[in-house]
Design a protein around this ligand. Structure first.
Ligand SMILES: Cc1ncc(COP(=O)(O)O)c(C=O)c1O
Length: 401
């Protein structure tokens, strides 16, 4: 009996570079190794009491469905948050989603048809490809380079990538996987192209607060000239360390986009109820929490950058935000190197798990000599991880000149 075949979509969907090495990591742990997980943006930072403490106050008799666009109490918390950070929007401009992930999926579904294209700056957050692919939309990559600190190409280069089927440009600042924070002038290049060519600007701002060295984030919502074309995707996963809660949202002033997103949202009924109730404490999180978290990440970044600064063959610029860096490393293939770390290498029974960078590129063959490190562990663990990492680089048989 022949098996029915799966969709082309299912067969062509790549496994996430962030998670595909999980079986090797599990095997390493079963063999007694300690594995430092630097492959995933899962912070070890406690969720604030102003959020987690609300658990005891949840007194509904059951975990009921809520409205598709989000619990009113949480939508209001988002509105107040937007006001507080100087990016005020109306209640109807907010749509709550099951994480920033669902926000991306709904947005791609709303703005592009199968066969349409979105321009992405590579390396890019790997799941842009995943979600665009799920709705048949093609990611057209424009390269940014380690040598330039992964800053954006010129306006002319961006414009040259616009084609008949381009529907949007997708941005992420502070960036995952590179840690780059785009300046106002850089954003302006993208805004101008979107304006001239009638494109949406999808701005993923989940790391908005995570900027270092006195830099500040510039939001796409600040550009009035394309106010009705900007779609911001957002999330509390990293901001207040509640990745497992799956709470995010879309901000958009375009009514048609929001009406479409609502229909998608009605199909999935509602985002998680209890988690939104908890997240409604967002504005009670003391300012000192965010300040301390950012100071901590900046220190962790410095540990990593200092550890890698003098390693022969490693090329990187100090990341400016988020909690990732994407160094170029002297290896033949970072996937093989990541496997080597988990399968064949340890220092006194300890090793590290990293994400190969090829999955952050849409261009075939790129990223093989780059990898992503998430500095989400405490300073001591990061220092130890970097010691293991640099010793592994020296010991790796596929090391290149
Ligand atoms: C740039 C970026 N966007 C979106 C997401 C999705 O986050 P979540 O679905 O947890 O809100 C992530 C998660 O790592 C991310 O790094």
């Amino acid at each position: 009996m022949t098996m029915p075949r799966l969709s082309h979509r299912a067969r062509s969907m790549p496994a996430s570079p962030i998670r595909r090495l999980a079986p090797l990591a599990n095997a390493a742990r079963e063999a007694g190794k300690k594995v430092y997980p630097l492959n995933i943006g899962q912070p070890d930072i406690p969720t604030p009491e102003a959020i987690l403490g609300r658990m005891a106050r949840f007194d509904a008799p059951n975990l009921a469905y809520g409205p598709s666009q989000g619990l009113p109490e949480f939508v209001e918390a988002v509105r107040v948050y937007q006001q507080r950070i100087g990016l005020p929007v109306e209640t109807e401009d907010i749509f709550v989603t099951t994480g920033g992930s669902e926000a991306l999926l709904f947005v791609f579904g709303a703005i592009a048809d199968p066969g349409d294209e979105v321009i992405v700056f590579e390396p890019f957050y790997t799941n842009y490809n995943g979600f665009a692919g799920l709705v048949g939309v093609r990611s057209v990559p424009l390269q940014t380079r380690a040598e330039d600190g992964y800053h954006l190409p010129s306006e002319e280069e961006i414009e040259a990538a616009v084609g008949e089927r381009t529907r949007a440009i997708v941005l992420c600042s502070p960036n995952n996987p590179t840690g780059t924070v785009y300046s106002r002038e850089e954003l302006q290049r993208v805004v101008s192209v979107c304006q001239r060519h009638g494109l949406f600007l999808v701005s993923d701002e989940v790391y908005r607060e995570f900027t270092y060295d006195g830099l500040s984030h510039v939001s796409a919502l600040e550009f009035d000239e394309i106010a009705d074309r900007v779609i911001v995707t957002d999330s509390l996963s990293k901001r207040v360390s509640m990745c497992g809660a799956r709470v995010g949202w879309i901000v958009c002033r375009n009514r048609q986009v929001m009406e479409s997103v609502l229909k998608f949202g009605q199909a999935r009924l509602c985002p998680p109820t209890l988690e939104q109730f908890l997240a409604a404490g967002l504005n009670e999180v003391p300012e000192s929490y965010m300040r301390d978290v950012i100071t901590e990440y900046e220190a962790r970044r410095n540990v990593v950058v200092d550890a890698l600064a003098d390693v022969p063959g490693v090329l990187m610029r100090k990341p400016e935000g988020a909690f990732y860096l994407c160094p170029r490393v002297p290896v033949d293939d970072s996937q093989k190197f990541a496997e080597f770390l988990l399968r064949d290498f340890d220092v006194d029974g300890e090793t590290v798990m990293i994400a190969p960078a090829d999955g952050f590129y849409a261009t075939e063959g790129l990223g093989r000599n780059e990898l992503r490190i998430a500095y989400v562990l405490n300073r001591e663990s990061m220092a130890r991880s970097m010691e293991i990492f640099t010793r592994a680089l020296a010991a790796y048989p596929g090391r290149t000149a």
